[in-house]
Design a protein around this ligand. Structure first.
Ligand code: 5GP
Length: 185
């Protein structure tokens, strides 16, 4: 049977990326950093990443919801509890795709006068970018595929996979139950 999804990254790949990103962020912010993660897709990434940092670190969360896919129109559903003024902040994203969501978030965060504002994303779908975005720390550049697992969902599911599966969104949508079945024999 043709697999509906393939393993793009296993747990070892993800661990190695977190170790590298943790080193990069620690080197860039020797006095400490505030990581701001975007709910919900970044949560598992953040939880592993934060344990690789060797400098003082705080975390906070932003919640967003899109009005329509690829519209770039998002609204905040949960705001930060931390004052960003003068702080060294790194925004932690799961995927930067068109870049529209990130554009909105950076505008929001810049208006709060952080001392510095960086971006760390687990996945960069650079070929799909509509709005160019500066990315300071990138886990993996990936192509035009839909990925699930390690925090990333399809209609709320698959966030709990400890690997990242990639495939075709239409195939996934046609039979979500079967999509990842081949990945776990
Ligand atoms: P953008 O505004 O850059 O087009 O979209 C970014 C958001 O779209 C990500 O934060 C993520 O929620 C969602 N997204 C983009 N590509 C994927 C993907 O391959 N898998 C999943 N699960 N979500 C994605």
């Amino acid at each position: 049977m043709t697999p509906r999804a393939r393993i793009l990254l296993g747990a070892d790949d993800l661990r190695a990326a977190n170790r590298r990103l943790g080193r990069e962020i620690s080197d860039a912010h020797p006095d400490g950093v505030l990581l701001v993660a975007v709910l919900k897709g970044s949560v598992i990434f953040l939880a592993d990443l934060v344990r690789e940092l060797t400098v003082p670190v705080e975390i906070d969360f932003l919640g967003i919801s899109s009005y329509a896919p690829d519209s770039g129109r998002v609204r905040l559903t949960k705001d930060l509890g931390t004052d960003l003024a003068g702080r060294d902040v790194v925004l932690v994203e799961d995927v930067v795709d068109t870049g529209l969501t990130l554009g909105y978030l950076l505008t929001q965060l810049r208006s709060r006068d952080p001392g510095s504002l960086g971006v760390c994303t687990l996945f960069d779908k650079r070929a799909r970018r509509i709005l160019p975005q500066p990315l300071d720390h990138v886990g993996f550049e990936i192509g035009d595929e839909f990925v699930v697992g390690y925090g990333l969902d399809f209609r709320g599911r698959y966030r709990n996979l400890d690997l990242v599966a990639a495939g075709d969104l239409h195939t996934l949508a046609a039979d979500p139950d079967a999509y990842v079945a081949d990945l776990y024999p």
